[in-house]
Write a protein that binds this ligand. Structure first.
Ligand code: SF4
Length: 459
């Protein structure tokens, strides 16, 4: 355990994030001058590695973070590729600087000077910010996007932290679930008075885990209520290759879906087995082939770097296979240890597996993307990421996923339907006004659908 001593609440979350970035697997305990001794005593019996006395008497937050960075870097001998940037949007600052008229050469300098970002990451952040700006310029700011959540998956992946329920156990409920989602969608359409969204995204979970007739019924309703010729994108996550068949793919294409995501994560069978994907590498090839035959011309593939027992040779193999599949976009994640994922809850089951630090692996993935002519177009970070790296989307020109950028940049409102779906109301680009969260439990969602609708309509 590391004890952090602060004077008061100011800067607590920044200090925590900075220390966690250097010590990802260590328990932190923050004590403040005003915390009673009683409260301090209740905390854990874990031995204290050291106490960090943080002087918060500084002129600004960045100065505090730089000082802390230097101290932690001296202690650990480590440097962090993203420097003092600990938020989820590393493009936020270059985006702001671009808007303020900074030049292409000034921005990486500023990222290095003020935030200690490495030259490679500074160049990447600027590059992505410029790409995001150009993509967003095609989306009317006064429009909105529609998100539909399907919280079922065939099995739960070891690293998963999403709301997802086992499809076989919930099969009996799926008809009623789709009924409830349709009720919510109809209410949204009435409230929007015929105004159509710029993008539609069906995520989860795995939407294609729905039986074909339910998936078809839902997609046809979405098409009828929200589709028009100006729609920029309709993405459906078909993440688990074993959840797809020809009939489902045809139903999606006929409804107007423009982009699907088939997610290998790795092309090594041994790793798929460790992470609980319960499908074969062959299933991934079959799913891609089928999607091409049916007529999909925009397929994304997700990969994760830093998976158990994955080093350079395993990732090299995966990337060779991906090159053969030729996806139009590739999303590369650095494994993030989420507190409610099986890998964290049952960490002892995974402790014997080795994995490579993600930095080298991310570089290899970037080279593979480049060889497919896929360019970086969106970027975000999470807490506890392997090697303090990032998640990054690469795509062919004009095959980028709009929704990915829209949600990250909070560019316009996202109206959402389904259990656990979060509606985000945005006033002006970058200014989130409010969030409205639906209940996560499927039974509760079905039972309280009128209340879910009412809460949205009120706002
Ligand atoms: S497919 Fe995605 S949502 Fe489903 S269990 Fe795996 S990580 Fe979670």
């Amino acid at each position: 355990m590391i004890k952090i001593h602060l004077k008061d609440d100011a800067y607590e979350s920044d200090v925590r994030a900075m220390v966690q970035a250097f010590y990802p697997n260590t328990l932190l305990f923050v004590e403040k001058d005003e915390t009673s001794l009683e409260k301090q005593r209740i905390k854990s019996d874990e031995p204290v590695e050291f106490t960090l006395d943080v002087d918060t008497e500084v002129s600004d937050k960045n100065e505090l973070k730089r000082r802390l960075y230097d101290e932690l870097s001296d202690r650990t001998g480590k440097t962090l590729p993203w420097g003092t940037l600990t938020g989820i949007r590393p493009t936020k600052i270059p985006m702001k600087l671009l808007n303020e008229g900074y030049s292409d050469s000034d921005i990486p300098e500023e990222l290095k000077r003020e935030y200690l970002v490495s030259p490679d990451k500074a160049a990447l952040a600027l590059n992505v910010a410029k790409k995001e700006r150009s993509i967003l310029s095609k989306v009317p700011a006064d429009s909105y996007s529609l998100y539909v959540h399907i919280p079922f998956c065939s099995t739960r992946c070891a690293y998963c932290s999403f709301t997802s329920f086992p499809a076989d156990k919930y099969e009996d409920m799926m008809h009623d679930y789709v009924d409830a989602v349709i009720t919510e969608l109809k209410a949204i359409a009435v409230k929007k008075r015929g105004k159509k969204p710029s993008t539609i995204y069906m995520g989860g979970g795995t939407p294609t885990a729905l039986p074909c007739e339910e998936l078809t019924r839902l997609c046809n309703v979405i098409k009828e209520l929200f589709y028009d010729d100006a729609l920029l994108e309709w993405t459906v996550e078909a993440g688990r290759p074993d959840s797809i068949d020809e009939e489902k793919l045809r139903a999606l294409l006929n409804a107007g879906v423009t982009r699907i995501s088939i997610n290998p994560q790795t092309m090594n069978q041994a790793t798929l087995d460790i992470i609980g994907r319960h499908h074969s590498v062959e299933d991934i090839y079959k799913a891609f082939k089928l999607a091409r035959q049916v007529g999909f011309t925009n397929i994304n593939a997700d990969l994760i770097m830093g998976l158990p027992n994955e080093g350079i040779s395993e990732v090299e193999h995966t990337l060779q296979c991906i090159k053969a599949l030729e996806p139009e976009s590739l999303t590369v994640h650095s494994l993030a240890r989420k507190h409610n994922a099986d890998m964290t809850l049952n960490a002892k089951d995974y402790n014997n597996y080795k994995s490579e630090d993600a930095e080298k692996l991310m570089e290899m993935a970037a080279d593979a993307a480049e060889s497919l002519d896929l360019k970086p177009y969106y970027l975000y970070r999470q807490k506890m990421m392997s090697g303090n790296q990032e998640n990054i989307g690469y795509a062919l020109s004009d095959k980028e996923g709009y929704y990915n950028i829209l949600i990250m940049e909070e560019y316009h409102s996202i109206i959402s339907a389904g259990a656990g779906a979060i509606t985000k109301i945005v006033d002006t680009p970058g200014h989130l006004k409010t969030r409205i969260e639906n209940v996560k439990d499927v039974r509760e969602y079905i039972k309280r659908i009128d209340e879910m609708i009412e809460r949205k309509v009120e706002i």
